[in-house]
Design a protein around this ligand. Structure first.
Ligand code: SAH
Length: 397
C-alpha cells in the first residue's frame, strides 16, 4: 500500500530526522490528496526523502504524530502491542505490580513511543487515556493488548473534554474491560490513598510526584506545613509520616479534592493533624500572609500554568506571583518546595523564575534539590517537552 505523503518545508525537516514526534502545521509544505483524520501517512522532506510514518489529524495542532522511523513498519496492532509490551516490561522489572496497592504510570505516551496513550496502574486496575484520534480509532487493539499483557481487573477509559474537542474524539468515560471497582486503595511511600477512577482528576492519582513527596519530607523539621494545591494530600501526608511536621494545612480550590485529602488522612490515621482550607491558592496565601501567619515548610504544586508556547509569558507571571506569595509565608530557614508541570517551561526557565522571585522579595534562596518526575514517567530523549515536571526544593533565608 502506498501511503499518502506529507511534505515538510525546506530547512524544517531536521527535528523530524532527529526523531521529534510532533509535526505542527507550520512545518508542513503540502499534503498529498486529502487524508482522513487518523490515517497513517508518510512524512517526507521537501525533496521527497522519507523520514517517518505517522498518524494524521487535520483538526489537531499536532498535524502528524510520528510513530516509527522504520519506513517499512506499519502502525498496526502488532506495533501497538510490541510497544505496550516494552512499556509493561519496564515497570514489571522494577516494581512488583502484583503487590498490594501497587501504583505507577504504566504507559507514558511519547516516553514509551506511543504518543497519545497514557495508562496508569492502580492495584490491578488500569486508567487509560487516549489523546490522539488516530490511536482512539485503534482502541480495540490497545484494549486487547493491555488485557493480554497485564490481565487487569478492569480498564477504565478516561476522557478530557478539552482534548477530545481539540482532537475530534467523540467518546465518553466508560468501562472498557473487566469490572468497575467499588473502591481502590493504592500504597505509595508507606502511605495509603483512595483512588476514584471515575471521579478523580486526570487519570486519578498523581504518581509522578512520588519521590518528590518523600524528598520534601526529609527537610521538614517541625511545625506546620502548608500544602497548597494538595489534591490527594500526598505532600502533606509524607511530611507527617516521613518528616517531622506537626500539622498540615492543605489548600485546594476543589471541594472533592479536599474531601479526598481528608479521607486519605483518615485512612492513614493522621486525620487529627490535617486541616483543609478551600480557596484559590494565590488568594489564600495572600490572606494568610496578611494575617501574619508563617509556615516553616511551604509546598506549591499548581496545575499546568503554560499550555502553549504563546502562553509562556502570562504563565510565568502567574508562577512568579504564586511563589512571591509563598515566600512571604516562610520564616528564615524555611523550606519551599515549588513545582511546575508545564512542558513548555524548562528547568532552566523555572530556576530563573525562582531567581527572580528571590531578587524581588529580597530573600536568599538556596536550591537544595532540582528534581523531575519518577522513573515510571519515562521521557523520550527526542521529545524534551515530555520532561514536564520540575520540582525545586529550596531553603529560604
Ligand atoms: N499536589 C497534588 C497534585 C496537585 S494537582 C498531589 O500531590 O497529589 C493540582 C491541584 O490544584 C488540583 O487538586 C486542583 O483542584 C487544584 N487547583 C487548581 N487551581 C487551583 C487554584 N487556583 N487554587 C488552589 N487549587 C487549585
Amino acid at each position: 500500500m502506498t501511503l499518502t505523503r506529507v511534505f515538510i518545508k525546506p530547512r524544517k525537516a531536521l527535528p523530524f530526522f532527529s526523531r521529534h514526534p510532533w509535526v505542527f502545521e507550520g512545518a508542513i509544505q503540502r499534503v498529498e490528496g486529502k487524508p482522513q483524520a487518523g490515517q497513517e501517512v508518510l512524512v517526507v522532506s521537501a525533496e521527497g526523502q522519507g523520514i517517518a510514518r505517522g498518524l494524521y489529524n487535520p483538526n489537531s495542532n499536532i498535524r502528524v504524530r510520528l510513530v516509527t522511523w522504520n519506513l517499512e513498519e506499519a502502525i498496526d496492532a502488532s506495533l501497538i502491542r510490541t510497544r505496550l509490551s516494552h512499556a509493561v516490561d519496564l515497570r514489571r522489572r522494577f516494581l512488583d505490580l502484583d503487590g498490594a496497592g501497587a501504583v505507577c504510570r504504566l504507559v507514558n505516551s511519547e516516553g514509551d513511543s506511543l504518543p497519545g496513550i497514557t495508562v496508569d496502574y492502580y492495584d490491578g486496575f488500569l486508567s487509560l487515556q487516549v489523546t490522539s484520534l488516530a490511536f482512539f480509532r485503534r482502541l480495540d487493539f490497545i484494549k486487547e493488548a493491555l488485557v493480554d499483557l497485564v490481565k487487569p481487573k478492569g480498564i477504565w477509559l478516561k476522557c478530557d473534554a478539552g482534548i477530545n474537542e481539540a482532537e475530534g474524539i467523540e467518546a465518553s468515560e466508560q468501562l472498557l474491560a473487566g469490572e468497575k471497582p467499588a473502591s481502590i486503595i493504592v500504597s505509595e511511600n508507606d502511605l495509603r490513598y483512595h483512588v476514584d477512577l471515575a471521579e478523580g482528576q486526570k487519570t486519578g492519582f498523581y504518581c509522578d510526584q512520588r519521590d518528590n513527596r518523600l524528598a520534601t519530607a526529609r527537610y521538614v523539621d517541625g511545625g506546620e506545613v502548608l500544602d497548597a494545591f494538595c489534591y490527594s494530600g500526598g505532600f502533606g501526608l509524607n511530611a507527617l509520616k516521613h518528616g517531622k511536621a506537626t500539622t498540615v494545612l492543605s489548600v485546594d480550590s476543589s471541594e472533592p479534592a479536599l474531601e479526598l485529602t481528608r479521607r486519605n488522612a483518615e485512612l492513614n490515621g493522621l486525620a487529627d493533624r490535617v486541616t483543609t482550607l478551600r480557596g484559590k491558592a494565590l488568594e489564600v496565601l495572600t490572606q494568610l500572609g496578611e494575617q501574619g501567619r508563617s509556615f516553616p515548610t511551604v509546598i506549591l504544586d499548581p496545575p499546568k500554568m503554560v499550555s502553549s508556547r504563546g502562553g509562556i509569558e502570562r504563565g510565568m507571571k502567574g508562577y512568579l506571583k504564586l511563589n512571591l506569595a509563598g515566600l512571604k509565608l516562610l520564616p528564615a530557614g524555611g523550606i519551599l518546595t515549588t513545582c511546575s508541570c508545564s512542558g513548555h517551561v524548562s528547568m532552566e526557565m523555572f530556576q530563573q523564575l525562582i531567581a527572580t522571585a528571590a531578587t524581588q522579595s529580597g530573600r536568599t534562596i538556596q536550591i537544595l534539590e532540582a528534581r523531575g518526575h519518577t522513573w515510571d514517567h519515562a521521557v523520550s530523549a527526542n521529545c524534551p517537552e515530555s520532561n514536564y515536571l520540575k520540582c525545586l526544593i529550596c531553603r529560604v533565608l
